[in-house]
Design a protein around this ligand. Structure first.
Ligand code: ZN
Length: 286
């Protein structure tokens, strides 16, 4: 399968069975308002210089510009900086909403804090990997998840995201800590998304996506939020009222599951906060 490795200044670098070739895109895409992005599976013209067709996408993100993402590794540190469970829940929800498998990677694993996170996500079905750089524990688990998939990493600076990328793909030779220091917030990033083949899968290096900003990934309508918390699933249809928003309604099975400790308290708190946020959103922001 041919796919776009990187797009820069109107040129696209497409990996083909014969190697990477430089292409341009047909004008028809611009007319249709479609921008080819890294991760797009494409068909080339017979001479191999034009992108003739973009194959149907599983998903597409604007920031960072990438298509067909399978796995999003959300890298969080249990010590400085301490993760906000709300931010982590916003990111896992955004991933699930876009049909991407979220995986939490906990670095600098302080035992107590890591246990707390592990507990919060225990019933969620969202995998959580504890990573120990000194022993390399957790790396193989991550490598296994990369195999055959297109993956991206996100995490605030200081959580060890570049250390992790270096450990997984030493050939990329990223400078540790270079990421978000150089790229001022809100400014145009100077580097493009680029995809590398690593551990039998593909890793997207997404320089503009250093910080944990779920809002950039997508906005989830409030009615759809419940479906981005997998542990709510078993209780759907058991609430007293159809169309229950699982907030303050009496006879809500989701809330009862929270009270019985079957759903994590921080997870439910995030759901409520995200519901409020989505309700307050203006029409044009949706
Ligand atoms: Zn309910």
């Amino acid at each position: 399968m041919n796919y776009i490795v990187k797009g820069i200044g109107g040129f696209y670098y497409v990996r083909t069975p014969e190697g990477v070739v430089e292409c341009k895109a047909r004008g028809i895409f611009r007319k249709r308002g479609i921008t080819p992005v890294a991760g797009d599976n494409v068909a080339l013209s017979p001479d191999g210089t034009m992108i003739d067709e973009i194959l149907p996408r599983k998903n597409v993100f604007i920031r960072p510009p990438i298509a067909n993402l399978d796995v999003l590794f959300i890298v969080a540190s249990t010590t400085q900086p301490v993760p906000s469970t709300l931010v982590l829940d916003q990111l896992t929800a955004a991933a699930i909403y876009k049909d991407v498998q979220p995986v939490l990677v906990v670095t600098k694993a302080d035992l107590a804090a890591a246990d707390q996170l592990a507990q919060a996500y225990a019933g969620s079905g969202i995998p959580l990997v504890q990573l120990h750089y000194d022993t390399g524990e957790g790396l193989d688990e991550i490598r296994a998840m990369i195999e055959g998939k297109l993956c991206a990493f996100c995490g605030n600076s200081g959580v060890g995201k570049s250390t992790l990328l270096n450990a997984l793909a030493p050939e990329l030779k990223r400078e540790t800590g270079q990421i978000s220091q150089k790229l001022g917030r809100g400014r145009h990033t100077t580097r493009e998304v680029e995809i590398f083949e690593v551990s039998g899968g593909r890793l997207a290096d997404t320089p503009g996506f250093a910080s944990l900003e779920a809002q950039k990934l997508c906005r989830i309508p409030k009615e759809d939020l419940q479906h981005t918390f997998p542990e709510f699933g078993p209780y759907f249809g058991q609430c007293r009222f159809t169309g229950c928003s699982h907030r303050s309604e009496t006879g809500c099975a989701v809330r009862q599951a929270v009270e019985e400790g079957k759903i994590g308290k921080t997870r439910y708190a995030s759901y409520l906060a995200m519901y409020e946020e989505a309700s307050a959103r203006k029409e044009w922001e949706r």
